[in-house]
Design a protein around this ligand. Structure first.
Ligand SMILES: NC(=O)C1=CN([C@@H]2O[C@H](COP(=O)(O)OP(=O)(O)OC[C@H]3O[C@@H](n4cnc5c(N)ncnc54)[C@H](O)[C@@H]3O)[C@@H](O)[C@H]2O)[C@@H](O)CC1
Ligand SMILES: Nc1ncnc2c1ncn2[C@@H]1O[C@H](COP(=O)(O)OP(=O)(O)O)[C@@H](O)[C@H]1O
Ligand SMILES: [Mg+2]
Length: 256
């Protein structure tokens, strides 16, 4: 499995710049979980864009975070400009975790006015499909897959027609791309705890920011997430939290 490599003469930002557009009044954890997971996977810089009402809350979770905001409690039209600026800065943008009730038109405008690589999760999935976003990895759980199958009949025809990659999450993750389907069986049932999908999305975004191709980032990310979950379950059993999983990402990466 090829992981990102770091040369000794790299400078700040060279090992990946990730934008995370996530969170809302309803979910303050998701942006932090995804952002910290991206840093722990090795990206140099992660900038998190969220709603003003939770900006200080998210920033308070770690001095490693760079948190920007748009006015209000949910993504709305006045979030489009800051989002487009952040997308231009980043190597890859993660869109979706915790957005809850984003203004769909604003979300679509961000997708349609950006040329970048995307990781699209949770509340970003349905709008992204509706505007036919490309150059993207989608990370639906079993409930969110319906947005893809309702629109394209099957995940296989979605990836065939769009060239996108899909990580269908579950006890066995299935990674679909034009080259077929790969399975990941790592992980434990303790990973059904809330937030492990937000973590996976951050891991995958980080791997893309460090140079991995979409399909490889999807599969490698799922393996890292599962291995980190196994390590955290050894310590905490079914009391494992998504934050415990994040702290086990570096150890998991060393052993795959
Ligand atoms: N600490 C936090 O801030 C967290 C924020 N989260 C955010 O919460 C929002 C909703 O997340 P979820 O969709 O997980 O939670 P929900 O409970 O809102 O699930 C949405 C729908 O999907 C179904 N569903 C959920 N998980 C499923 C699965 N594995 N298989 C089949 N159906 C499933 C549910 O029954 C429901 O109908 C997302 O934006 C997510 O990013 C979650 O990741 C949990 C942690
Ligand atoms: N039984 C299980 N065994 C291993 N991994 C699991 C199991 N159930 C869920 N997962 C993993 O947990 C994560 C769940 O993602 P998701 O439902 O989006 O969580 P959340 O939205 O709460 O962050 C996925 O990475 C999935 O692979
Ligand atoms: Mg999720």
């Amino acid at each position: 499995m090829n992981l990102p490599s770091r040369n000794s003469r790299s400078h700040k930002g060279e090992n990946g710049k990730v934008a995370v557009i996530a969170g809302s009044r309803d979910y303050t954890g998701a942006p932090a979980l995804a952002s910290k997971a991206a840093l722990r996977t090795g990206s140099d810089l992660v900038k998190t864009l969220t709603s003003k009402d939770i900006q200080d809350t998210v920033a308070s979770y770690s001095p490693n975070f760079i948190v920007r905001s748009y006015p209000g409690c949910y993504l709305s039209p006045n979030g489009v400009k800051p989002a487009l600026e952040l997308v231009r800065w980043a190597d890859v943008t993660l869109m979706g975790p915790g957005l809850s009730k984003p203004d769909t038109e604003a979300l679509k405008q961000i997708f349609q006015n950006s040329q970048t690589k995307w990781v699209i999760d949770a509340d970003g999935i349905k709008p992204a499909i509706e505007v036919e976003v490309s150059n993207a990895i989608f990370t639906p759980h079993n409930g969110e897959v319906k947005y893809i199958t309702d629109a394209y009949g099957s995940i296989e025809s979605f990836v065939e027609q769009t060239g996108n990659v899909v990580v269908e999450k579950g006890s066995t993750d299935k990674i679909y791309s034009k080259n077929g389907v790969k399975e990941n069986n790592t992980g434990t049932s303790a990973m059904t705890v809330g937030g492990t999908g937000d973590v996976l999305a951050g891991i995958i975004a980080s791997l893309i920011s460090q140079g991995l191709e979409l399909q490889n980032a999807g599969y490698t990310g799922a393996v890292i997430n599962g291995k980190a979950g196994e390590r955290a379950t050894e310590t905490y059993g079914s009391g494992m939290l998504a934050t415990d999983l994040i702290e086990n990402i570096p150890g998991a990466m060393k052993n795959i």
